[in-house]
Design a protein around this ligand. Structure first.
Ligand SMILES: *Cc1c(COP(=O)(O)O)cnc(C)c1O
Length: 424
């Protein structure tokens, strides 16, 4: 990055700061990951220069022969990886993928039904602050007060009552397996489309560690980011019959030219996700989450639903007398990055919350083993128990930084000479 360093010092310093940050903290935000550098090579490539409106073989711009190869590879691989009939790899993000599906088959004012944001759902499933909640008549279902898991009978009851055009499954803070066949039954009963947004669990689905929604859903949306560990971006899988409508909804419906360098990153991400190494990685993500959940629960700190089946868990920080915000801040002081998160039936405001969300996808990419994740969980327990103790925090920070040193990130991307000795 010598050229960047000399051309734009301010920008370089920010990138360098970020490199130092990721090497001196442990990333536990459940939606984050660290992609292989080879994916960044594809994303930082000459493909950024090309306009390619349209689809392979039918573009509105000339000179797309190689772009067609790139996009066709991504499409074929997405279909093969997930066993889907149709794939669209152009959505710039997960939200765009959802918007495109809705735009393809819904009319403004149609009813949609998704998981409540406050119970682990996503903004783009009909929240009032999202365009999806403005254009469509959005209602939500929640989780059961007792089990804190989706109550499928309740979903069916609401669906019968409001008769949505689209039923949406999937979320951003749901630690348990989702029953897609059951969602299909409910959708069929009320004549609704079924959209499954698998953004968080796509990597686990690819590795066979979470049941696949593909056989059951009309549409599956996802990001390549998160557990799939790929380029930042979105994609859509669907039954063949919806292909033409979705193609039109993505372009020209909600987007212009595709971001071809990101599509190259997606193609590579799908290829990597087909391999044994990725399957081992995904198994380790789940194992690391299980180990952390065990340590936290054994220490008497309450986990929402009592545990986890996937890569994330929700900790009820009120069980140790802290709001989510206080817990997040205490952990940040010892170089652990998590996010405060509403828990089901939370009595706090979204800014304060009663919980934190913890995920293992990023730390596992960095090479953290179950033993090391156990240590991280023990640190979390100690700090949450005694957030005011300077001794506890100093000791915790030492442990975290030692773990960080064992697993350096992307240091080969920077010329060591550009970092001071301390930063390196
Ligand atoms: C993260 C997430 C998205 C949004 O993805 P962006 O790429 O940030 O737009 C959509 N749906 C779910 C369920 C998510 O968790």
């Amino acid at each position: 990055m010598e050229r960047l360093a000399s051309l734009d010092h301010e920008l370089f310093e920010a990138l360098k700061g970020e490199l130092v940050r990721i090497n001196t903290t442990i990333e536990l935000i459940a939606s984050e990951n660290f992609v292989p550098s080879v994916i960044m090579e594809a994303q930082g490539s000459i493909l950024t220069n090309k306009y390619a409106e349209g689809y392979p073989g039918r573009r509105y711009h000339g000179g797309c022969a190689y772009i067609d190869i790139v996009e066709s590879l991504a499409i074929q691989r997405a279909k093969a990886l997930f066993g889907a009939e149709y794939a669209n790899v152009q959505p710039h993000s997960g939200v765009n993928a959802n918007l495109a599906v809705m735009h393809a088959v819904l009319k403004p004012g149609d009813r949609i039904l998704g998981l409540d944001l406050h119970h682990g759902g996503h903004l783009s499933h009909g929240s009032r602050v999202s365009i999806t909640g403005r254009v469509y008549q959005a209602q939500s279902y929640g989780v059961s007060k007792e089990t804190e898991q989706i109550d499928y009978d309740e979903v069916a009851r609401i669906a019968r009552e409001i008769r949505p055009r689209m039923l949406i499954a999937g979320g951003s803070a749901y630690p348990r397996v989702i029953d897609f066949p059951r969602f299909r039954d409910i959708a069929d009963e009320v004549g609704a489309y079924l959209l499954v947004d698998m953004a968080h669990i796509a990597g686990l689905v690819a590795a066979g560690l979470h049941p696949s929604p593909v056989p059951f859903a009309d549409f599956v949306t996802s990001t390549t980011t998160k557990t799939l560990r790929g380029a930042r971006g979105g994609f859509i899988l669907a039954k063949e019959q919806y292909g033409p409508a979705i193609d039109k909804a993505v372009f020209p419906g909600i987007q212009g030219g595709p971001i071809v360098q990101n599509i190259a990153g997606k193609a590579l991400c799908f290829k990597i996700a087909m391999g044994d190494e990725f399957r081992q990685y995904a198994r380790m993500v789940v194992e690391n989450a299980r180990v952390m959940a065990q340590v936290i629960a054994d220490a008497g700190i309450r986990l929402v639903t009592g545990g986890t089946d996937n890569h994330l868990m929700l900790v009820d920080t009120k069980s140790v007398g802290l709001t989510g915000r206080q817990a997040e801040e205490a952990l940040e002081e010892v170089a652990l990055t998590v996010n405060k998160n509403l828990i089901p039936y939370d009595t706090e405001k979204p800014w304060e919350t009663s919980g934190i969300r913890i995920g293992t996808a990023a730390a596992t990419s960095r090479g953290f083993t179950p033993d090391e994740m156990q240590t991280v969980a023990e640190v979390i327990v100690k700090v949450l128990r005694d957030p005011a103790s300077a001794t506890v925090k100093a000791e915790a920070l030492r442990t975290v930084l030692e773990l960080c040193r064992r697993h350096p990130l992307y240091l080969d991307q920077f010329e060591y000479g550009l970092l001071t000795k301390k930063e390196a």
